[in-house]
Design a binder for this molecule. Structure first.
Ligand SMILES: [Zn+2]
Ligand SMILES: [Zn+2]
Ligand SMILES: [Zn+2]
Ligand SMILES: [Zn+2]
Length: 288
């Protein structure tokens, strides 16, 4: 963008005006094909906006741009020598700064010194102290090192530290609650695991008891079966003896009995009862 015409003490030659921004050339460049001149930035913006379908051409005469534009040093030096006002020559009526009231600067000089004047000399140029306070350069001498300046500087240094401290405190609170949550989760898990272990132990004990009970019941049954088998065998042999006797009943009655009395009895229905080892055995005897 060019320099606004209001900057110059007298209205510059209209030939120094850029056809794109309508201000006075800033870093003027010229096209080889048509010699038309524009601000360097203005032309670059136009060229950058072109596409393959619409190749770059001069914004003024539409001639195709085939070569890089070249700097026009004569025009540049003419413009740099034009007399300009300070950028603070006019009051900013809309200014609502809290730190200062705008003031006018009466400086005039060549455009080449315009930036340097504002950057280093202009007494009404607003500058910033290291403490962050803004005021015209001419008033800065009374401010730098003042109580207000020192307090502001301290605040400026302390504020970020305080902010960081508060953030750290908040992070700490966050960590604390996370840790509390994790501890409670751990306790919960521990108690669940303990419950499961207790249950497993109880089941194991029950299983052991059941196995023992089963084993002793089996052993008792086997013992009983063995005993019954023995008794059966004994009774069978007694039965055989009795059957023999019953067959020889007639012989016994003829009076040749040995006199040894046996505990036996024959009931009316012809059954014979024999008692052995406390067990009563009933047999059907075939009485001839
Ligand atoms: Zn321009
Ligand atoms: Zn042209
Ligand atoms: Zn000034
Ligand atoms: Zn200060």
């Amino acid at each position: 963008m060019g320099h606004p015409t209001s900057l110059f003490l007298t209205t510059p030659d209209p030939n120094l005006r850029c056809a794109i921004c309508l201000d006075i050339f800033s870093h003027p460049v010229s096209l080889l094909s048509c010699s038309h001149t524009f601000c360097s930035d203005c032309l670059a913006t136009c060229v950058n906006a072109t596409t393959k379908k619409n190749p770059p051409c001069c914004p003024e005469c539409r001639v195709l741009i085939e070569d890089d534009p070249h700097k026009v040093r004569v025009i540049e030096s003419t413009i740099q020598n034009l007399v300009v006002r300070c950028k603070n020559a006019y009051l900013d009526e809309d200014c609502n700064s809290e730190d200062y009231c705008p003031q006018e600067c009466g400086w005039t000089g060549p455009l080449s010194e315009w930036s340097l004047h504002a950057a280093r000399e202009c007494a009404v140029e607003i500058v910033q102290c290291v403490c962050g306070y803004n005021c015209p350069r001419g008033q800065m001498g009374g401010h730098v090192g003042s109580k207000e300046c020192v307090e502001r500087a301290v605040d400026k240094r302390v504020a970020p530290v305080q902010k960081e401290l508060e953030a750290a405190k908040q992070r700490e609170e966050g960590y604390k609650s996370t840790i509390e949550k994790l501890v409670s989760e751990r306790d919960d898990l521990q108690s669940r695991v303990q419950d499961e272990l207790d249950q497993n132990r109880m089941l194991t004990e029950q299983n052991t008891w059941l196995r023992h009970t089963k084993d002793s019941a089996k052993k008792a049954s086997l013992n009983k079966i063995q005993r019954l088998k023995r008794e059966k065998k004994e009774l069978m042999s007694q039965l055989a003896v009795m059957e023999g006797r019953v067959k020889n009943n007639g012989v016994d009655r003829s009076g040749n009995g040995s006199g040894k009395k046996r505990r036996r009895s024959a009931s009316k229905d012809g059954r014979i009862r024999a008692v052995s080892n406390g067990h009563e055995l009933e047999v059907h005897a075939i009485v001839g």
